[in-house]
Design a protein around this ligand. Sequence first.
Ligand SMILES: C[S@@+](CC[C@H](N)C(=O)[O-])C[C@H]1O[C@@H](n2cnc3c(N)ncnc32)[C@H](O)[C@@H]1O
Length: 249
Amino acid sequence: MSASPRKSRYGIDAPYVPLLMATGLLACLGVIAFTPLKGWWLTALILAAMLVLYLHTTLRGKFVVWRELLGAQAWRGDEQVLDLGCGRGAVLLMAATFIPQGRAVGVDIWSSKDQSGNAMDVTMRNAEAEGVADRVGLKTADMRVLPFADGSFDLVVSNVAIHNISDAAGRDRAIDEAWRVLRPGGRLLIADISKSNQYRKRLAAHDAKIERRALGWRMWWGGPWMPTMLVTAQKPPHVGARRPTIEVG
Ligand SMILES: C[S@@+](CC[C@H](N)C(=O)[O-])C[C@H]1O[C@@H](n2cnc3c(N)ncnc32)[C@H](O)[C@@H]1O
């Protein structure tokens, strides 16, 4: 299977960031070209490298990494999957390819500051282009208050989304909600550029089996100082747990 389902367009994450990098780069090139301050070439080189890394991560790296992460899961094919802050569907629609008899549900508030062209209908068009619309559901919802019953999902995923909640209490609520909607024995995969230690601590309070690790250069958002960490957790299984069916969209 290819590294990314690139039949659709997934936008640029936090588009103002590469815009700022490009503006800084152009300013440096202007200084070098039109003033005697030739020493600025080093800054220009660093900004150019950051810009290339950022664009690589958002356009390709995250797809390669999530293809590996999802490919490493033990799928039955009928799982219920939830993506917190699914945006245009980069991870959600990839997960949907693993569950021909299951359901992949994405929740988002569709912020175009956090992802260019972010909108529910854009994500649904992507799902249609990828041939997975029959098993994808989308809902406008804040991940701090999820509109799902306890234990509804086999797998909850989230990619560079939870850090967008500005306050620590709000991020804790998002983690608590992710944990609540996870079924006993279910798994949680959270990749984020910051706050991963907070997620680990909060999950530890829930009696989760947790791992935390760096996802490597393909998820460096501009350099090694902006890495993405992965937090995985498993909910302890309970005998006789129910597996409800999700009705969304
Ligand atoms: C950087 S984008 C990543 C989108 C997607 N996960 C991906 O990897 O392409 C972050 C997403 O989180 C969403 N988001 C931010 N705060 C949210 C909240 N409180 N509840 C739900 N979604 C949120 C944004 O609208 C945006 O779609």
